[in-house]
Design a protein around this ligand. Sequence first.
Ligand SMILES: [Zn+2]
Length: 480
Amino acid sequence: MKKILKYTSLVLILFLCVILFNTLTLKSDKFLVEEVDKVEVPDGAIDRFTGALKFKTISSGNTKENYDDEFYKLHDYLETSFPLVYSSLKKQTFNQSLLFKWEGENEELNPIMLMSHLDVVPVDQTTLNDWEAPPFSGIVKDGIIFGRGTLDDKVSVLGILEAVENLINNGFNPKRTIYLAFGHDEEIGGNNGAGVISNYLEKKGVELEFVLDEGGFISEGLIPGVDKPVAMINVAEKGYVSYELTIKTKGGHSSQPPRNNTIGSLATAITKLESNQFKLKMTPLIKTQINILGAEMSFLGKMFFANSWLFKNFLLEGFNAKTSIAPTIISGGIKDNVIPTTASVIINFRIMTGDDSNKIKQHIIKTIDDERISVKEINPANLPSPVSDYNSDSFKLIQKTISQIFPKVIVTPGLIGGGTDTKHYEKISKNAYRFYPMRANSENISGVHGINERISISNYKEIVQFVYQFLINQNNNDNE
Ligand SMILES: [Zn+2]
């Protein structure tokens, strides 16, 4: 007995030693760069930005609404606002999307592309009174710019153009060709904008080194346990698919409800799915994130993050590292005393790296185990994106630029659940990095697609400085 006790305590001590060792040895890789003089952003930049917010370039998804004119007016506005961009770069229009080509000196280098989108989501009219300033006014109050597009995503369209205008003015000549691509329908899938531009470039044989797009930001206090701001350069995005589940029964009179009522059975199917989630997945990308963020935490947080072999599921749940299941639309029933013969639900899935729509369908059928329910894919699925290389020179250049402009910020590659226009460029681009330095915190993040979308003047200037410095870094790198 004594012996067993002795061995058990030995194992326990060893176990604690391993946990402690891992915790104490998890250190951050300090990415040291020399600080730079940030470019001076002229005050006129704010007027140019707020002016662009006034155009109702809305992607509503409703084919009866047409905002084309607003897009063309915005095009004209950009042309008068950025004369050097329009005279030095070659501009092409694809539907209401814009593509600029800034010819580089060295044809042997693959071009790069800075992307963003001109369209915005509609404003829920019932929330208009909750806005501190009307969503298409571009009004500035106490250093804060209000309006649709201040975070998603006119902010980066204008930020890019402002930076390029300044670079041209300062005599900058790119070594490698730079494309600027601004889609007009990102919020409804991007097929007629980014999709068309990508097809055009593919036909011309263009092969991009990488695209830089929205989809990552500087998170301030949004990651539990990490005090420092974190810049997420998202190198992958989840896929997207929705399934419609329809139940068909004989229906009947509500005074004589059958045991397996139509709506009740559908509800059971939904509940089964929600309690049978997809498996959590530890991918190399998530592991990298765990190491980088864990190193910034206090002892307790660090202990969890440094011992992901032990706290795997807890951590992965936090990273939402699985295909997610979200019922979003339900319908059925015609009258309060009639048991309907049919009812249906639409369930949206965000597909984790490594999963696909067929796997999802099989999971649904197996889990609900009800032959009365049919399972139909609504639109063709968007598969999860490839995972871009986060050890590439390009990634390091973005990281370097962030560290120069935002010296105290932690940089990590990441995975996002939402989709961006980058998916259209997968076929012609080696890598896709999703990051512009909008500062997101618990106060303002709900403004994206929500109420009171806003950004500070100082943050907008930082975005211009980031793009400016990034293109200089890219050029210096290409000169070596
Ligand atoms: Zn967007």
